[in-house]
Ligand binder design. Structure first.
Ligand code: ADP
Length: 428
């Protein structure tokens, strides 16, 4: 067996979102952080889908195109049979791109003249009707996205928005067709193609629609969209006997060792999670002002950790209230404060793993990025979900260890209050 589905995501958390969706739909999935330089960093017999996470959402168009093509090439080498370009469910882009130009470059490389563009994600309130994208009950152009600092979305018509970005023609598969199911959707795709369209914006207001759209995309070399359309694709591979029906796609290899939480997120949800864990577990506070003074906080944290890490998990955190963060930022500057804390937490993570920590939760998007880099993690095997959007994973590392490291990377506002306490029970 080879990898079936090759995905290119335009940012890291978007990649995780898609990977989680594929696992739920029954595909064993690995998320890679950037395109690997070498061959498969995993056993292809144990993986059905690969998501390469790029950081191309707001980069220069030509850079985004080049990086996406390199990712595609790698996925082709890995034997993937169908390709998926994943972007945000709010279609984050500008008149120059990057969604349209990247999609057209991928189409050209795959020698195909037709694909869909469907960012619908009804479970999260993103629906498309008559080609207009809604966020909850508001048009995209009337949602908070109209004020986005980098990709303000001031037009909700996806046909118009995408048309500005591409040289090919953009058409619409409207709800009247979509509600009739996969065969009708497929027939509309064929008709649009005959009319000379290269893209179909596809209406969708429910998961049932996404499943039908997925079925209609069985023969398309490339699909593009949010993570929603991932729902309908695995069934195509099952129908062809390529994907097992009974498989626990979220099973992870055995992990073990000591347990720790590192938190560099100051988001509201994380503050509550830290407060609850502090009541129950040994905790060490990383103070940015001490870091700025040049104190060896990393060494102190690791000496403390060696004494406390045992059967129960320990917490090492920089998490602070908004007032405390403002005070620190006023003294150090926003960037310097963030950088100092990220660097220290990443070094502490490395030290903890050397002390025998084998199961690690990291809170904070930027913090996770710094930790993953310090640990030399090139990818993640996606496991069981702890809370929506946050799965346990095992790390694919440059230096392989006896047991893989279990990692849960939680972005700021995700997870229930008892996340740090309950997460461990989801590991076998
Ligand atoms: P989130 O996902 O909640 O946004 P991030 O890790 O992405 O979390 O961002 C939090 C940022 O705040 C990081 O750059 C981190 O280093 C910084 N930070 C954490 N604690 C403090 C603190 N006490 N004072 C100032 N900055 C902090």
């Amino acid at each position: 067996m080879t990898v079936l589905l090759g995905c290119i995501a335009d940012d890291f958390t978007g990649g995780t979102d898609l990977a989680g969706m594929l696992v739920k739909a029954g595909m064993r999935t690995v998320q890679l952080i950037g395109t690997p330089a070498g061959p498969l960093p995993f056993n292809a017999d144990e993986v059905d889908a690969v998501v390469i996470a790029l950081k191309s959402r707001t980069s220069q168009v030509d850079e985004a195109v080049a990086e996406s093509l390199a990712a595609l090439h790698w996925l082709q080498q890995a034997g993937c049979q169908q390709f998926y370009f994943k972007y945000c469910s709010t279609f984050d882009s500008t008149p120059r791109g990057n969604i349209g130009p990247v999609a057209e470059a991928l189409m050209q490389a795959l020698d195909t003249d037709f694909t869909i563009a469907c960012p619908a994600f009804p479970a999260n309130g993103r629906t498309i009707y008559n080609g207009y994208l809604f966020v909850g009950d508001a048009l995209l152009s009337e949602s908070g996205m109209r004020n986005h600092p980098l990709t303000p979305m001031t037009d909700a018509s996806l046909v118009r928005v995408l048309q500005q970005q591409v040289s090919g023609q953009v058409g619409l598969a409207d709800y009247g067709v979509v509600e009739k199911g996969a065969a009708a959707i497929g027939a509309r795709f064929a008709a649009l193609r005959e009319q000379g369209c290269s893209f179909a914006i596809v209406d969708a207001v429910s998961d049932r629609d996404l499943e039908a759209i997925g079925a209609a995309c069985a023969d398309l070399p490339l699909v593009t969209g949010g993570s929603g359309i991932a729902l309908g694709l695995p069934e195509n591979f099952r129908r062809r006997g390529l994907l097992a029906r009974q498989v626990s796609a979220d099973a992870l290899p055995a992990t073990g060792g000591l347990r720790a939480v590192i938190s560099g997120s100051c988001s509201v949800a994380t503050q509550k999670q830290v407060a609850l864990m502090r009541e129950q577990a040994p905790a060490f506070h990383v103070d940015p002002l001490q870091l700025a003074r040049g104190d060896d906080v990393v060494a102190a944290a690791l000496v403390w950790a060696a004494a406390h890490v045992g059967q129960a998990p320990v917490l090492i955190y920089a998490t602070a209230t908004p007032e405390a963060v403002r005070t620190v930022q006023a003294q150090l500057g926003v960037e310097r404060a963030g950088g100092l804390v990220e660097q220290a937490l990443a070094e502490i993570a490395l030290g903890l793993v050397k002390l025998g920590v084998g199961q690690l939760i990291v809170a904070g998007g930027e913090t996770s990025g710094a930790v993953v880099k310090a640990l030399g993690v090139s990818g993640l095997r996606i496991g069981p979900e702890i809370d929506p959007g946050v799965p346990w994973t095992t790390a694919l590392q440059e230096q392989s260890t006896a047991l893989p490291l279990a990692l849960a990377l939680k972005s700021g506002n995700f997870g229930s209050e008892d996340f740090f306490v309950k997460a461990w029970s989801r590991l076998s």
